[in-house]
Design a protein around this ligand. Structure first.
Ligand SMILES: Nc1ncnc2c1ncn2[C@@H]1O[C@H](COP(=O)(O)OP(=O)(O)OP(=O)(O)O)[C@@H](O)[C@H]1O
Length: 570
Protein backbone atom coordinates (compact mmCIF):
# COMPACT_ATOMS: atom_id res chain seq x y z
CA UNK A 1 0.00 0.00 0.00
CA UNK A 2 1.19 3.50 -0.70
CA UNK A 3 1.14 4.93 2.82
CA UNK A 4 2.34 8.28 1.53
CA UNK A 5 -0.78 8.76 -0.56
CA UNK A 6 -3.08 7.77 2.24
CA UNK A 7 -1.21 10.08 4.56
CA UNK A 8 -1.46 13.10 2.36
CA UNK A 9 -5.15 12.42 1.81
CA UNK A 10 -6.00 12.68 5.48
CA UNK A 11 -3.97 15.70 6.43
CA UNK A 12 -1.60 18.40 5.37
CA UNK A 13 1.64 19.11 7.10
CA UNK A 14 2.84 22.64 6.91
CA UNK A 15 5.91 21.87 4.87
CA UNK A 16 6.82 25.51 4.59
CA UNK A 17 7.90 25.56 8.23
CA UNK A 18 11.44 26.87 8.19
CA UNK A 19 14.18 27.93 10.51
CA UNK A 20 14.01 31.47 11.82
CA UNK A 21 17.09 33.04 13.36
CA UNK A 22 18.56 29.63 13.92
CA UNK A 23 15.64 28.54 16.07
CA UNK A 24 13.59 25.71 14.72
CA UNK A 25 10.03 26.64 14.01
CA UNK A 26 7.40 24.57 15.66
CA UNK A 27 5.12 22.83 13.21
CA UNK A 28 1.67 21.44 13.37
CA UNK A 29 -1.08 20.03 11.23
CA UNK A 30 -2.91 22.45 9.02
CA UNK A 31 -6.58 22.00 9.82
CA UNK A 32 -9.65 24.03 9.18
CA UNK A 33 -10.75 26.46 11.88
CA UNK A 34 -13.73 24.39 12.91
CA UNK A 35 -11.65 21.35 13.75
CA UNK A 36 -9.12 23.52 15.51
CA UNK A 37 -11.80 24.99 17.76
CA UNK A 38 -13.17 21.57 18.50
CA UNK A 39 -9.77 20.18 19.38
CA UNK A 40 -9.05 23.24 21.51
CA UNK A 41 -12.22 22.59 23.42
CA UNK A 42 -11.47 18.90 23.73
CA UNK A 43 -8.01 19.54 25.00
CA UNK A 44 -8.70 22.29 27.45
CA UNK A 45 -6.33 21.33 30.20
CA UNK A 46 -7.67 20.61 33.61
CA UNK A 47 -6.45 23.34 35.96
CA UNK A 48 -4.62 20.81 38.15
CA UNK A 49 -2.62 19.66 35.18
CA UNK A 50 -1.99 23.10 33.78
CA UNK A 51 1.76 23.16 34.19
CA UNK A 52 1.96 26.43 32.34
CA UNK A 53 -0.71 28.09 34.42
CA UNK A 54 -1.95 31.64 34.08
CA UNK A 55 -2.95 32.38 37.64
CA UNK A 56 -2.08 36.01 38.37
CA UNK A 57 -2.90 38.53 41.03
CA UNK A 58 -2.04 42.21 40.91
CA UNK A 59 0.97 43.13 42.94
CA UNK A 60 1.00 46.94 43.07
CA UNK A 61 3.42 47.20 46.00
CA UNK A 62 6.13 45.38 44.12
CA UNK A 63 5.51 47.51 41.04
CA UNK A 64 5.90 50.77 42.99
CA UNK A 65 9.00 49.47 44.70
CA UNK A 66 10.62 48.81 41.36
CA UNK A 67 9.52 52.18 39.92
CA UNK A 68 11.08 54.11 42.80
CA UNK A 69 14.25 52.07 42.81
CA UNK A 70 17.09 54.61 43.11
CA UNK A 71 19.87 52.06 43.13
CA UNK A 72 19.14 50.62 39.74
CA UNK A 73 21.21 51.96 36.88
CA UNK A 74 19.59 53.01 33.60
CA UNK A 75 20.13 49.65 31.99
CA UNK A 76 18.54 47.92 34.95
CA UNK A 77 15.60 50.36 34.92
CA UNK A 78 14.99 49.52 31.28
CA UNK A 79 14.91 45.87 32.22
CA UNK A 80 12.58 46.65 35.11
CA UNK A 81 10.23 48.56 32.82
CA UNK A 82 10.09 45.69 30.37
CA UNK A 83 9.61 43.31 33.23
CA UNK A 84 6.69 45.30 34.52
CA UNK A 85 5.07 45.32 31.16
CA UNK A 86 4.97 41.60 31.16
CA UNK A 87 4.64 40.86 34.84
CA UNK A 88 2.11 43.51 35.83
CA UNK A 89 -0.01 40.86 37.50
CA UNK A 90 1.94 38.48 39.64
CA UNK A 91 1.30 35.73 42.09
CA UNK A 92 3.35 36.13 45.27
CA UNK A 93 3.66 33.43 47.87
CA UNK A 94 4.41 34.87 51.29
CA UNK A 95 2.80 32.50 53.78
CA UNK A 96 2.72 28.77 54.44
CA UNK A 97 -1.02 28.76 53.78
CA UNK A 98 -0.53 30.29 50.33
CA UNK A 99 2.20 27.76 49.62
CA UNK A 100 -0.09 24.93 50.69
CA UNK A 101 -2.87 26.16 48.40
CA UNK A 102 -0.49 26.53 45.47
CA UNK A 103 0.96 23.03 46.03
CA UNK A 104 -2.51 21.58 46.24
CA UNK A 105 -3.39 23.18 42.89
CA UNK A 106 -0.64 21.25 41.12
CA UNK A 107 -0.52 18.14 43.33
CA UNK A 108 2.93 18.98 44.66
CA UNK A 109 4.30 16.81 47.44
CA UNK A 110 7.37 18.48 48.92
CA UNK A 111 9.15 16.85 51.83
CA UNK A 112 12.31 17.54 53.83
CA UNK A 113 13.45 19.85 56.58
CA UNK A 114 12.92 23.65 56.40
CA UNK A 115 11.32 23.61 52.98
CA UNK A 116 11.43 27.15 51.48
CA UNK A 117 8.25 28.71 50.08
CA UNK A 118 7.69 28.15 46.35
CA UNK A 119 7.69 31.12 43.99
CA UNK A 120 4.34 32.17 42.53
CA UNK A 121 5.89 34.08 39.63
CA UNK A 122 9.32 34.81 38.20
CA UNK A 123 8.98 38.36 39.50
CA UNK A 124 8.89 36.87 42.99
CA UNK A 125 12.57 36.13 42.46
CA UNK A 126 13.48 39.82 42.39
CA UNK A 127 12.22 40.58 45.86
CA UNK A 128 13.22 37.29 47.46
CA UNK A 129 16.61 36.62 45.92
CA UNK A 130 17.88 39.88 44.34
CA UNK A 131 17.59 38.03 41.09
CA UNK A 132 19.59 39.23 38.10
CA UNK A 133 17.35 41.46 36.00
CA UNK A 134 19.01 40.58 32.75
CA UNK A 135 18.43 36.92 33.39
CA UNK A 136 14.81 37.77 34.06
CA UNK A 137 14.66 39.66 30.78
CA UNK A 138 16.14 36.67 28.98
CA UNK A 139 13.32 34.57 30.39
CA UNK A 140 10.77 37.03 29.07
CA UNK A 141 12.43 37.32 25.69
CA UNK A 142 12.11 33.57 25.37
CA UNK A 143 8.43 33.77 26.35
CA UNK A 144 8.84 32.14 29.74
CA UNK A 145 6.48 34.35 31.71
CA UNK A 146 5.19 32.01 34.44
CA UNK A 147 7.04 29.29 36.29
CA UNK A 148 5.75 25.74 35.93
CA UNK A 149 5.15 23.85 39.22
CA UNK A 150 8.52 22.10 39.18
CA UNK A 151 10.13 25.51 38.59
CA UNK A 152 8.06 27.15 41.35
CA UNK A 153 9.46 24.61 43.80
CA UNK A 154 12.98 23.88 42.59
CA UNK A 155 14.22 27.40 41.80
CA UNK A 156 13.92 28.69 45.40
CA UNK A 157 15.31 25.40 46.74
CA UNK A 158 18.41 25.71 44.60
CA UNK A 159 18.82 29.40 45.44
CA UNK A 160 18.79 28.36 49.11
CA UNK A 161 21.61 25.97 48.09
CA UNK A 162 19.65 22.88 49.09
CA UNK A 163 20.24 19.41 47.68
CA UNK A 164 17.16 18.09 45.91
CA UNK A 165 15.57 15.16 44.19
CA UNK A 166 12.83 16.29 41.81
CA UNK A 167 10.32 14.13 39.97
CA UNK A 168 7.87 15.88 37.60
CA UNK A 169 6.07 14.77 34.43
CA UNK A 170 7.73 14.71 31.02
CA UNK A 171 7.59 18.06 29.26
CA UNK A 172 6.80 20.00 32.45
CA UNK A 173 9.86 22.28 32.38
CA UNK A 174 12.49 20.50 34.49
CA UNK A 175 15.35 21.86 32.35
CA UNK A 176 14.64 25.47 33.29
CA UNK A 177 14.01 24.36 36.88
CA UNK A 178 17.73 23.65 37.15
CA UNK A 179 19.13 26.12 34.60
CA UNK A 180 17.56 29.30 36.00
CA UNK A 181 18.99 29.01 39.55
CA UNK A 182 22.29 27.66 38.23
CA UNK A 183 22.85 30.72 36.04
CA UNK A 184 21.91 33.04 38.90
CA UNK A 185 24.29 31.30 41.31
CA UNK A 186 27.17 31.28 38.85
CA UNK A 187 26.78 35.03 38.25
CA UNK A 188 26.68 35.65 41.99
CA UNK A 189 29.85 33.69 42.60
CA UNK A 190 32.42 36.36 41.91
CA UNK A 191 35.77 34.60 42.40
CA UNK A 192 37.56 33.26 39.35
CA UNK A 193 37.99 29.73 40.62
CA UNK A 194 37.39 27.69 37.48
CA UNK A 195 34.44 25.46 36.67
CA UNK A 196 31.40 26.21 38.85
CA UNK A 197 28.46 24.31 37.40
CA UNK A 198 28.31 20.83 35.89
CA UNK A 199 25.27 19.27 34.20
CA UNK A 200 25.29 15.57 33.34
CA UNK A 201 22.97 14.05 30.75
CA UNK A 202 22.84 10.40 29.63
CA UNK A 203 22.78 11.16 25.89
CA UNK A 204 24.61 13.47 23.54
CA UNK A 205 21.36 14.72 21.99
CA UNK A 206 20.00 15.76 25.37
CA UNK A 207 23.30 17.40 26.33
CA UNK A 208 23.12 19.39 23.06
CA UNK A 209 19.60 20.49 23.86
CA UNK A 210 20.45 21.58 27.41
CA UNK A 211 23.45 23.49 26.10
CA UNK A 212 21.27 25.39 23.60
CA UNK A 213 18.69 26.20 26.26
CA UNK A 214 21.42 27.35 28.64
CA UNK A 215 23.12 29.62 26.10
CA UNK A 216 19.76 31.15 25.22
CA UNK A 217 19.15 32.10 28.84
CA UNK A 218 22.74 33.22 29.40
CA UNK A 219 22.59 35.78 26.59
CA UNK A 220 24.44 38.95 27.72
CA UNK A 221 25.00 37.66 31.22
CA UNK A 222 28.27 38.88 32.70
CA UNK A 223 30.33 37.61 35.56
CA UNK A 224 30.88 40.53 37.92
CA UNK A 225 30.13 42.92 35.02
CA UNK A 226 33.54 42.00 33.57
CA UNK A 227 33.32 39.07 31.23
CA UNK A 228 30.54 37.07 29.60
CA UNK A 229 29.57 33.79 31.19
CA UNK A 230 31.39 30.88 29.57
CA UNK A 231 29.27 27.83 28.91
CA UNK A 232 30.45 24.74 27.03
CA UNK A 233 29.18 21.48 25.71
CA UNK A 234 31.89 18.89 26.22
CA UNK A 235 32.10 17.83 22.60
CA UNK A 236 34.71 15.55 21.07
CA UNK A 237 36.65 18.54 19.77
CA UNK A 238 36.55 20.43 23.08
CA UNK A 239 37.68 17.37 24.98
CA UNK A 240 40.69 16.92 22.69
CA UNK A 241 41.53 20.65 23.01
CA UNK A 242 41.40 20.31 26.79
CA UNK A 243 43.52 17.17 26.71
CA UNK A 244 46.11 18.85 24.47
CA UNK A 245 46.04 21.96 26.70
CA UNK A 246 45.01 24.13 23.73
CA UNK A 247 42.32 25.54 26.02
CA UNK A 248 42.60 26.02 29.75
CA UNK A 249 40.06 24.10 31.82
CA UNK A 250 39.72 27.24 33.95
CA UNK A 251 38.02 29.05 31.08
CA UNK A 252 34.51 27.68 31.60
CA UNK A 253 31.88 28.50 34.23
CA UNK A 254 29.39 25.80 33.26
CA UNK A 255 29.96 22.53 31.39
CA UNK A 256 27.32 20.16 30.04
CA UNK A 257 28.43 16.62 29.29
CA UNK A 258 27.62 12.94 29.01
CA UNK A 259 29.29 10.79 31.72
CA UNK A 260 31.73 8.86 29.52
CA UNK A 261 33.22 11.88 27.80
CA UNK A 262 33.56 13.75 31.06
CA UNK A 263 35.30 10.90 32.83
CA UNK A 264 37.68 10.47 29.92
CA UNK A 265 38.76 14.12 30.19
CA UNK A 266 38.96 14.02 33.99
CA UNK A 267 41.06 10.84 33.98
CA UNK A 268 43.45 12.55 31.58
CA UNK A 269 43.78 15.35 34.13
CA UNK A 270 42.49 17.79 31.55
CA UNK A 271 39.56 19.05 33.63
CA UNK A 272 39.53 19.82 37.32
CA UNK A 273 36.15 19.19 38.97
CA UNK A 274 37.25 20.12 42.48
CA UNK A 275 35.98 23.68 42.04
CA UNK A 276 32.45 22.64 40.99
CA UNK A 277 29.81 24.05 43.35
CA UNK A 278 26.65 22.86 41.58
CA UNK A 279 26.27 19.35 40.21
CA UNK A 280 23.08 18.48 38.33
CA UNK A 281 22.02 15.05 37.12
CA UNK A 282 19.35 15.25 34.44
CA UNK A 283 17.49 11.95 33.85
CA UNK A 284 19.00 10.95 37.19
CA UNK A 285 17.45 7.48 37.32
CA UNK A 286 19.21 6.60 34.06
CA UNK A 287 22.51 7.98 35.36
CA UNK A 288 22.23 5.87 38.49
CA UNK A 289 21.22 2.61 36.79
CA UNK A 290 23.76 -0.07 35.91
CA UNK A 291 24.65 1.49 32.52
CA UNK A 292 26.20 4.58 34.04
CA UNK A 293 26.51 4.12 37.79
CA UNK A 294 30.28 3.57 37.70
CA UNK A 295 30.95 6.79 35.78
CA UNK A 296 28.45 8.70 37.90
CA UNK A 297 30.27 7.53 40.99
CA UNK A 298 33.60 8.70 39.51
CA UNK A 299 32.06 12.10 38.77
CA UNK A 300 30.79 12.39 42.35
CA UNK A 301 34.24 11.52 43.68
CA UNK A 302 35.92 14.09 41.45
CA UNK A 303 33.60 16.90 42.53
CA UNK A 304 35.33 17.19 45.86
CA UNK A 305 34.25 20.66 47.06
CA UNK A 306 32.71 20.10 50.52
CA UNK A 307 30.00 22.71 49.82
CA UNK A 308 28.94 20.98 46.58
CA UNK A 309 25.20 21.28 45.93
CA UNK A 310 23.64 18.27 44.20
CA UNK A 311 20.38 18.02 42.32
CA UNK A 312 18.68 15.13 40.57
CA UNK A 313 15.85 15.47 38.04
CA UNK A 314 13.70 12.97 36.19
CA UNK A 315 10.12 12.13 35.27
CA UNK A 316 10.65 8.75 36.92
CA UNK A 317 12.53 8.08 40.14
CA UNK A 318 12.29 4.44 41.24
CA UNK A 319 12.76 3.69 44.94
CA UNK A 320 16.29 2.28 44.54
CA UNK A 321 17.42 5.60 43.02
CA UNK A 322 15.75 7.44 45.90
CA UNK A 323 17.77 5.33 48.31
CA UNK A 324 21.00 6.22 46.50
CA UNK A 325 19.98 9.87 46.47
CA UNK A 326 19.50 9.86 50.22
CA UNK A 327 23.00 8.48 50.74
CA UNK A 328 24.85 10.94 48.50
CA UNK A 329 22.90 14.10 49.32
CA UNK A 330 23.01 16.42 52.31
CA UNK A 331 19.62 16.89 53.93
CA UNK A 332 17.85 16.74 50.56
CA UNK A 333 14.39 18.00 49.74
CA UNK A 334 12.15 15.68 47.74
CA UNK A 335 9.91 17.37 45.17
CA UNK A 336 7.19 15.26 43.57
CA UNK A 337 4.78 16.91 41.14
CA UNK A 338 1.74 14.80 40.28
CA UNK A 339 1.95 11.02 40.57
CA UNK A 340 5.37 9.46 40.71
CA UNK A 341 5.85 6.92 37.89
CA UNK A 342 2.83 8.28 35.99
CA UNK A 343 2.78 9.53 32.43
CA UNK A 344 1.97 13.13 31.58
CA UNK A 345 -1.82 13.43 31.78
CA UNK A 346 -1.93 15.46 28.52
CA UNK A 347 -1.23 12.24 26.65
CA UNK A 348 -4.05 10.00 25.47
CA UNK A 349 -2.78 6.43 25.86
CA UNK A 350 -3.93 3.39 23.96
CA UNK A 351 -2.96 -0.30 23.69
CA UNK A 352 -3.41 -2.18 20.43
CA UNK A 353 -3.30 -5.97 20.33
CA UNK A 354 -1.65 -7.02 17.08
CA UNK A 355 -1.66 -10.79 17.51
CA UNK A 356 1.82 -11.33 16.11
CA UNK A 357 4.72 -9.41 14.57
CA UNK A 358 3.09 -9.26 11.11
CA UNK A 359 0.06 -7.70 12.74
CA UNK A 360 2.11 -4.66 13.80
CA UNK A 361 2.77 -3.52 10.23
CA UNK A 362 -0.89 -3.98 9.46
CA UNK A 363 -1.73 -1.94 12.58
CA UNK A 364 0.45 0.95 11.32
CA UNK A 365 -1.36 0.85 8.00
CA UNK A 366 -4.68 0.85 9.82
CA UNK A 367 -3.66 3.89 11.86
CA UNK A 368 -2.87 5.60 8.57
CA UNK A 369 -6.22 4.63 7.03
CA UNK A 370 -8.14 5.73 10.13
CA UNK A 371 -6.43 9.13 10.02
CA UNK A 372 -4.75 8.56 13.40
CA UNK A 373 -1.25 8.58 11.94
CA UNK A 374 -1.02 12.37 12.03
CA UNK A 375 2.56 13.56 11.54
CA UNK A 376 4.85 14.36 13.21
CA UNK A 377 5.08 10.81 14.51
CA UNK A 378 7.83 9.02 16.45
CA UNK A 379 8.04 5.22 16.38
CA UNK A 380 10.11 3.44 19.05
CA UNK A 381 11.58 -0.04 18.63
CA UNK A 382 13.66 -2.15 20.98
CA UNK A 383 16.82 -2.61 18.90
CA UNK A 384 18.90 -1.03 16.16
CA UNK A 385 18.27 -4.02 13.87
CA UNK A 386 14.52 -3.72 14.25
CA UNK A 387 14.59 0.06 13.81
CA UNK A 388 16.54 -0.34 10.57
CA UNK A 389 14.16 -3.05 9.34
CA UNK A 390 11.05 -0.97 9.97
CA UNK A 391 12.71 2.01 8.33
CA UNK A 392 13.28 0.01 5.13
CA UNK A 393 9.77 -1.35 5.25
CA UNK A 394 8.18 2.11 5.53
CA UNK A 395 10.65 3.79 3.23
CA UNK A 396 9.67 1.48 0.37
CA UNK A 397 6.12 2.52 1.07
CA UNK A 398 7.22 6.06 0.25
CA UNK A 399 6.51 7.30 3.74
CA UNK A 400 8.48 10.43 4.63
CA UNK A 401 10.55 8.66 7.25
CA UNK A 402 14.08 8.41 8.67
CA UNK A 403 15.78 6.53 11.44
CA UNK A 404 18.07 7.45 14.34
CA UNK A 405 19.98 4.89 16.38
CA UNK A 406 23.35 4.62 18.05
CA UNK A 407 25.05 3.46 14.83
CA UNK A 408 24.30 6.65 12.94
CA UNK A 409 27.01 9.33 12.99
CA UNK A 410 26.51 12.48 15.11
CA UNK A 411 26.23 14.53 11.89
CA UNK A 412 23.50 12.23 10.54
CA UNK A 413 21.69 12.29 13.87
CA UNK A 414 21.78 16.08 14.09
CA UNK A 415 20.62 16.48 10.49
CA UNK A 416 17.65 14.15 11.01
CA UNK A 417 16.66 15.84 14.28
CA UNK A 418 16.79 19.22 12.55
CA UNK A 419 14.64 17.96 9.66
CA UNK A 420 12.12 16.49 12.09
CA UNK A 421 11.98 19.74 14.05
CA UNK A 422 11.42 21.86 10.97
CA UNK A 423 8.72 19.63 9.49
CA UNK A 424 10.72 18.35 6.55
CA UNK A 425 10.55 14.86 8.01
CA UNK A 426 7.22 13.48 9.16
CA UNK A 427 8.03 10.24 10.85
CA UNK A 428 11.05 9.41 12.96
CA UNK A 429 11.92 5.81 13.76
CA UNK A 430 14.22 5.35 16.71
CA UNK A 431 15.36 3.30 19.67
CA UNK A 432 15.47 4.30 23.33
CA UNK A 433 18.40 6.58 22.46
CA UNK A 434 15.84 9.36 21.89
CA UNK A 435 13.38 8.28 24.57
CA UNK A 436 14.51 10.73 27.22
CA UNK A 437 14.50 14.48 27.47
CA UNK A 438 14.36 15.42 23.79
CA UNK A 439 11.96 18.29 23.29
CA UNK A 440 10.25 17.97 19.91
CA UNK A 441 7.42 20.43 20.34
CA UNK A 442 4.61 19.43 18.01
CA UNK A 443 4.74 15.61 18.05
CA UNK A 444 1.18 14.32 17.61
CA UNK A 445 1.69 10.61 18.01
CA UNK A 446 4.17 8.23 19.62
CA UNK A 447 3.99 4.58 18.58
CA UNK A 448 5.63 1.94 20.72
CA UNK A 449 6.13 -0.62 17.96
CA UNK A 450 7.73 -2.82 20.61
CA UNK A 451 6.55 -2.85 24.22
CA UNK A 452 9.10 -0.88 26.27
CA UNK A 453 11.22 -2.91 28.69
CA UNK A 454 10.24 -0.97 31.80
CA UNK A 455 7.43 1.25 33.01
CA UNK A 456 9.97 4.08 33.22
CA UNK A 457 11.03 3.63 29.59
CA UNK A 458 7.34 3.78 28.65
CA UNK A 459 6.79 7.07 30.53
CA UNK A 460 9.81 8.69 28.87
CA UNK A 461 9.07 7.38 25.36
CA UNK A 462 5.48 8.58 25.29
CA UNK A 463 6.61 11.82 26.94
CA UNK A 464 7.97 12.94 23.55
CA UNK A 465 4.39 14.02 22.87
CA UNK A 466 2.04 16.07 25.04
CA UNK A 467 4.78 18.51 26.04
CA UNK A 468 4.10 21.87 27.62
CA UNK A 469 0.39 22.42 27.47
CA UNK A 470 -0.11 20.45 24.28
CA UNK A 471 -2.04 17.26 23.99
CA UNK A 472 -0.72 14.12 22.33
CA UNK A 473 -1.44 10.47 21.64
CA UNK A 474 0.54 7.35 22.44
CA UNK A 475 -0.18 3.92 21.03
CA UNK A 476 1.51 0.73 22.21
CA UNK A 477 1.45 -2.40 20.05
CA UNK A 478 1.59 -5.76 21.76
CA UNK A 479 1.40 -9.38 20.71
CA UNK A 480 0.66 -12.73 22.35
CA UNK A 481 4.30 -12.90 23.44
CA UNK A 482 3.96 -9.61 25.35
CA UNK A 483 1.24 -10.79 27.71
CA UNK A 484 3.47 -10.25 30.78
CA UNK A 485 5.61 -7.38 29.44
CA UNK A 486 2.54 -5.23 28.81
CA UNK A 487 1.32 -5.40 32.43
CA UNK A 488 3.53 -2.61 33.82
CA UNK A 489 2.37 -0.42 30.93
CA UNK A 490 -1.29 -0.95 31.86
CA UNK A 491 -0.41 0.00 35.41
CA UNK A 492 1.19 3.25 34.27
CA UNK A 493 -1.95 3.97 32.25
CA UNK A 494 -4.07 3.43 35.34
CA UNK A 495 -1.78 5.59 37.45
CA UNK A 496 -1.97 8.42 34.89
CA UNK A 497 -5.75 8.40 34.89
CA UNK A 498 -6.10 6.91 31.40
CA UNK A 499 -9.28 5.06 30.54
CA UNK A 500 -8.76 1.42 31.47
CA UNK A 501 -11.37 -1.13 30.43
CA UNK A 502 -12.38 -4.25 32.39
CA UNK A 503 -10.14 -6.55 30.34
CA UNK A 504 -7.21 -4.22 30.93
CA UNK A 505 -7.92 -4.21 34.67
CA UNK A 506 -7.70 -7.98 34.46
CA UNK A 507 -4.34 -8.05 32.70
CA UNK A 508 -2.94 -5.33 34.98
CA UNK A 509 -2.63 -7.75 37.89
CA UNK A 510 0.95 -8.98 38.22
CA UNK A 511 1.68 -12.19 40.13
CA UNK A 512 4.85 -12.62 42.19
CA UNK A 513 6.34 -14.92 39.57
CA UNK A 514 5.58 -12.44 36.78
CA UNK A 515 7.09 -9.62 38.82
CA UNK A 516 10.32 -11.59 39.05
CA UNK A 517 10.29 -12.28 35.30
CA UNK A 518 9.79 -8.58 34.57
CA UNK A 519 12.58 -7.65 37.01
CA UNK A 520 15.00 -10.11 35.39
CA UNK A 521 14.13 -8.86 31.91
CA UNK A 522 12.66 -12.26 31.02
CA UNK A 523 9.19 -10.96 30.24
CA UNK A 524 10.42 -9.94 26.79
CA UNK A 525 10.68 -12.79 24.34
CA UNK A 526 12.85 -12.74 21.24
CA UNK A 527 10.87 -11.16 18.40
CA UNK A 528 10.41 -12.37 14.86
CA UNK A 529 12.04 -10.26 12.13
CA UNK A 530 10.02 -7.37 10.74
CA UNK A 531 8.64 -7.87 7.23
CA UNK A 532 5.42 -8.68 5.51
CA UNK A 533 6.59 -8.15 1.99
CA UNK A 534 7.85 -11.29 0.18
CA UNK A 535 11.56 -11.12 -0.73
CA UNK A 536 10.90 -10.92 -4.46
CA UNK A 537 8.47 -8.02 -3.97
CA UNK A 538 10.98 -6.27 -1.78
CA UNK A 539 13.71 -6.58 -4.41
CA UNK A 540 11.34 -5.19 -7.03
CA UNK A 541 10.48 -2.24 -4.78
CA UNK A 542 14.16 -1.70 -4.02
CA UNK A 543 15.04 -1.61 -7.72
CA UNK A 544 12.19 0.83 -8.39
CA UNK A 545 13.29 3.01 -5.50
CA UNK A 546 16.91 3.03 -6.71
CA UNK A 547 15.80 3.88 -10.25
CA UNK A 548 13.75 6.83 -9.03
CA UNK A 549 16.66 8.06 -6.92
CA UNK A 550 19.08 7.73 -9.85
CA UNK A 551 16.71 9.59 -12.15
CA UNK A 552 16.33 12.38 -9.56
CA UNK A 553 20.13 12.67 -9.36
CA UNK A 554 20.43 12.74 -13.15
CA UNK A 555 17.86 15.52 -13.41
CA UNK A 556 19.62 17.50 -10.72
CA UNK A 557 22.93 17.21 -12.54
CA UNK A 558 21.35 18.14 -15.86
CA UNK A 559 19.76 21.22 -14.27
CA UNK A 560 22.99 22.36 -12.70
CA UNK A 561 24.79 21.88 -16.04
CA UNK A 562 22.14 23.98 -17.83
CA UNK A 563 22.30 26.75 -15.26
CA UNK A 564 26.09 26.90 -15.75
CA UNK A 565 25.86 27.59 -19.49
CA UNK A 566 22.74 29.74 -19.46
CA UNK A 567 23.58 33.44 -19.95
CA UNK A 568 22.34 35.75 -17.20
CA UNK A 569 19.40 38.09 -17.97
CA UNK A 570 21.61 41.21 -17.83
N1 LIG B 1 7.91 28.49 32.36
C1 LIG B 1 7.69 28.06 31.14
N2 LIG B 1 6.78 28.66 30.34
C2 LIG B 1 6.56 28.23 29.08
N3 LIG B 1 7.19 27.17 28.53
C3 LIG B 1 8.11 26.53 29.27
C4 LIG B 1 8.40 26.94 30.61
N4 LIG B 1 9.34 26.11 31.09
C5 LIG B 1 9.63 25.23 30.11
N5 LIG B 1 8.90 25.47 29.02
C6 LIG B 1 8.90 24.70 27.75
O1 LIG B 1 8.30 23.43 27.99
C7 LIG B 1 8.89 22.43 27.17
C8 LIG B 1 9.27 21.21 28.00
O2 LIG B 1 10.27 21.55 28.91
P1 LIG B 1 11.48 20.54 29.28
O3 LIG B 1 12.13 20.04 28.04
O4 LIG B 1 12.32 21.21 30.28
O5 LIG B 1 10.65 19.34 29.94
P2 LIG B 1 11.13 18.22 30.94
O6 LIG B 1 10.28 18.31 32.13
O7 LIG B 1 12.62 18.30 31.13
O8 LIG B 1 10.75 16.91 30.12
P3 LIG B 1 11.47 15.47 30.04
O9 LIG B 1 11.12 14.74 31.30
O10 LIG B 1 10.88 14.84 28.84
O11 LIG B 1 12.94 15.71 29.93
C9 LIG B 1 10.08 23.08 26.51
O12 LIG B 1 9.74 23.39 25.17
C10 LIG B 1 10.32 24.36 27.28
O13 LIG B 1 10.87 25.39 26.50
Amino acid sequence: MDIFRVLTRGANVNKKATKKNGVSVDYSMVKNEQTMDKSREEHTINRELDFFRNKRIINKVEKEKLENSKDADEDEKKVVTETELNFDETLKITTKEEALALRKSYKGNITGSDVPLPIGSFEDLISRFSFDKRLLRNLLENHFTEPTPVQSECIPLALHTRDMLACAPTGSGKTLAFLIPLLQQVIEQKEEIGLKGLIISPTKELADQIFLECTKLANRLYLDKKRPLQIALLSKSLSSKLKNKVISDKKYDIIISTPLRLIDVVKNEALDLSTVKHLIFDEADKLFDKTFVEQTDDILNSCSDPSLRKAMFSATIPSNVEEIAQTIMMDPIRVIIGHKEAANANIEQKLIFCGNEEGKLIAIKQLVQQGEFRPPVIIFLESITRAKALYHELMYDNLNVDVIHAERTPIQRNKIIEKFKTGELWCLITTDVLARGIDFKGVNLVINYDVPRTAQAYVHRIGRTGRGNRSGKAVTFYTKEDSIAVKPIVNVMKQSGAEVSAWMEKIAKISKKEKQLIKNGQAHKERKQISTVPKIEKQKKKRKFEMIEASKKRKLMENSETSKIEPTEE
